[in-house]
Design a protein around this ligand. Structure first.
Ligand code: 1CP
Length: 369
């Protein structure tokens, strides 16, 4: 497959712990309901799945935040729950509500029937990746993604998000760990196939969202989340058509386990806002790039305060590596997804503050931007 050469490679360089002239940034859930143009396209599509399964709509909404803000990466517009849907669990999204699975895994028979999906069922995702790569024309790199085996299992057992601390999935974990391990093994294999197919379709980096790893007890996290993230990482393609494909892992609430996560075979660790980036750098910055970690709620404050909070995050990390070779680098992001109530002008102030202040923090270095 041939695509335009990359004009802005700051995100990929920072993933590989190489110097960049400023700190690259993108935002988790950067395409979404805080943008009026997203809401307009969603209503034309009729539903979330109408958007995600239509290549033209998925391409359009992926590019929307980039038309407004000079972000340094694009992320595929899709959802982590496309995988359980392809496994036959029946996904839908009601307007204004979270995801629902019609056939959650409620008993041993359902778990026994669970199988790795035929990737043809997810062809619409891979087609969207290729279409987005063409539409980007090399402006910025495209990130593909998946849920972690554990985070997918949370939704697959509960059937939706949780209002009671994941009671269903944790009941299964403690009473039938054998069933839990079977789900996780199937998920790990599915995620490997899903992410490798995104890489083949044109994804230039891949991110594993372990959004609910932090809900687990110490010990359970290592056994039911981290071990299966490791299994996924071991199965991923390292490069494609001569380009290294960086692998990013984000565990919300994973700050306490950073040292252990530092041993993962990936390039970037994402952290939420409870983590001090300077401390994280001291713990794992010798081996991993770090991504994060502004509290998404900081974006509710007026632009001057947003800029001030952005500077605090940049300064907590400190001056990144600026010389040749590899060293500690930072990719600016939020500590979790952007809220639908965020005023878009505040995002503009954030992007401007991160680019300007991070340039001022380092001596100028070369690199395409
Ligand atoms: O229009 C709407 O109804 C949608 C709101 C929405 C959007 C914009 C959902 C429902 N998913 C998405 C897109 C999405 N989901 C992206 C797109 C790309 C981008 O970042 O711009 C990504 C990366 C996701 C990933 C995702 N979905 C995660 C992992 C990241 C995270 O935020 O922790 C999770 C947990 C989901 C499940 C999900 N999908 C949607 C909602 C509201 C939820 C959370 C449900 C819950 O547990 O409360």
């Amino acid at each position: 497959m041939s695509f335009a050469p990359l004009a802005n490679d700051t995100f990929l360089r920072a993933c590989l712990r190489q110097a960049t002239p400023y700190t690259p940034l993108w935002l988790m859930r950067q395409a979404g309901r805080y943008l009026p143009e997203y809401k307009a396209t969603r209503s034309r599509a009729g539903s979330f799945m109408g958007l995600a399964t239509n290549v033209d709509y998925a391409t359009e909404v992926t590019l929307q935040p980039l038309e407004r803000f000079p972000l340094d990466a694009a992320i595929l517009f899709s959802d982590i729950l496309t995988v359980p849907d392809a496994m036959g669990l029946g996904l839908s999204f009601a307007e204004g509500e979270g995801p629902k699975l019609a056939r959650p895994l409620r008993d041993e028979a359902a778990v026994a029937r669970l199988a790795v999906p035929d990737l043809e069922q997810l062809r619409y995702v891979f087609d969207a990746v290729t279409s987005i790569r063409h539409a980007l024309k090399g402006r910025v790199p495209l990130i593909g993604f998946s849920g972690s085996p554990w985070t997918l299992a949370c939704y697959m057992v509960e059937g939706s998000g949780s209002k009671d601390d994941w009671r269903g999935v944790k009941s299964m974990l403690y009473s039938r760990p054998d069933l839990m391990h079977r789900i996780l093994a199937v998920n790990a294999e599915a995620v490997i196939g899903y992410l490798n197919a995104q890489i083949e379709a044109g994804a230039q980096a891949v991110m594993v969202f372990d959004s609910w790893g932090g809900a687990l007890a110490d010990g359970a996290f290592q056994e039911f989340s981290l071990a299966y993230t490791e299994r996924v990482l071991a199965g991923l393609k390292r490069s494609h058509e001569g380009q290294v494909i960086p692998r990013l892992v984000f565990t919300k609430g994973g700050g306490l386990w950073l040292e252990q996560m530092g041993a993962l075979d990936c390039e970037v660790l994402g952290v939420d806002w409870t983590v001090n980036l300077g401390r994280a750098r001291a713990l794992v910055g010798g081996a991993k790039a770090l991504q994060g970690n502004l509290d998404p709620a900081a974006l509710f404050a007026p632009p001057a305060q947003v800029a001030q909070q952005a500077r605090r995050v940049l300064e907590a990390f400190g001056t990144p590596h600026t010389g040749p070779g590899a060293g500690p680098t930072h990719i600016f992001n939020l500590g979790h997804g952007i809220s639908q109530f965020t005023p878009p002008e505040h995002v503009a102030a954030l992007v401007e503050a991160v680019h300007t202040h991070s340039r001022a923090m380092r001596p100028q270095v070369s690199g395409k931007a």
